[in-house]
Design a protein around this ligand. Sequence first.
Ligand code: GDP
Ligand code: IMO
Ligand code: MG
Length: 434
Amino acid sequence: MKNSRPQNVILVGAQWGDEGKGKIIDLLARKSDYIVRYQGGNNAGHTVCFGNEKVILHLIPSGILHPKKICVIGNGVVIDLEALFQEIKMLSEHSISIQGRLFASDRAHIIFPYHRLIDQLREDAKGAKKIGTTKKGIGPCYADKVNRLGIRLIDLMNPRVFRERLKTVLAEKNLMLKRIFNHPPFSFDELFQTYSEYRNRIAPFVRNTSLLLDEAARKRKRILFEGAQGTLLDVDYGTYPYVTSSNASAGGALAGTGMSPARINEVIGVVKAYTTRVGEGPFPTEFPPRLMEHIRKRGEEYGATTGRPRRCGWFDALVARHSVLVNGLSKIVVMKLDVLDQLPALKICTAYRYQGKRYDDFPSDIEVLEKAEPVYEEHPGWQTPTSGIRKWQDLPPNARKYLKRLAALLKAPISIVSVGSERLQTIYIDGRYR
Ligand code: GDP
Ligand code: IMO
Ligand code: MG
């Protein structure tokens, strides 16, 4: 029987975000019909490089670069309308048309300027204890959603409902701004006016997207779910409280779109061949300064959204295995192998030690994570350039050994290896994804 490509696929980050999801979504999008974002917002930064061009997508699914593909922003995403309009403009400057193929869920919540401000004021007030958020208003918007103080796209579409909702919500926000942050209030009239203008601009994109996706699934269209952030930033499974405010893991794709779990055929996890994280929070395998500088420079490890330098470290098998477990990953994609090309030796973390105890599984106690000593195994490097390699057999033997060891530790097969940011710099181990 011919092995065909799975129909509906969820792709998630299996570390702390920035694994290279954008590049892989762009590649898998070629054979997909619908590409769907299900959580997060413009805190994400997904990079796609093609020819001499580089596009960073924050809100719009990374499949948009392929003409005719339908892109959906699901109900689980929080939408900053100003950021969305800017992104549409950026795409038109690259001659990419979104006409008739970009839709946003009518149930998605809107990020308002007060969410951004509160995110910033809270972070500033926390000083050394800050989370290191992107200050895009993500946390405050999700908090309002759960607190039943949010405003959805569909609420904006109805001027009477919008007026009522904004009045109630803004009264509370302004009181909070005054009492807690001693900050001047937002003007209801100005916000109402601005968003009434946005209503007309967003209206053509607003749909009941769960109906749209259900119809697509019935027609046997291929749907690709694009995770943002990563499993270790997931509000439930990440290094809480140093996480984002949504379910970045596979479960988020269901709640965040209305898709039935029965329709999902595969969950793919993306890892870097090492580890990075932006913002604060525990990172057991973080490099010492010299190695940090080397990898940050070679891997160009600067945030695609905030430009902040990313923290870098060795591959942590506990982190990735935790992701395999909570997402049910059946395939692994390994990115940025080329960044390790010059190292004489590599380490993989296989356990943690803390207060005489050994941890083989990723712990949830923040104190253990902050203070644990990684247990490493060491592997010889390959010290040969890999960015020009396109076949598994052509990889240096030590690179193949390293990758095989990762697959064995994760108990999941590697289907793609990436050796550069360009589309062509890709080694397909599982031919179904080519
Ligand atoms: P995402 O958030 O998971 O989509 O990842 P980002 O776009 O934030 O960060 C990944 C970065 O690595 C981007 O600058 C990509 O262009 C780059 N990149 C992706 N794959 C590779 C690779 O295999 N090798 C190298 N050197 N860079 C890569
Ligand atoms: P992509 O999709 C890496 C991090 C922030 C911070 C924490 C909370 O490009 O992989 P938030 O603004 O979400 O409240 O910040 O989450 N963070 C990311 N780190 N990649 C991302 O997205 C991220 N989105 C948020 O740095 O530590
Ligand atoms: Mg990113």
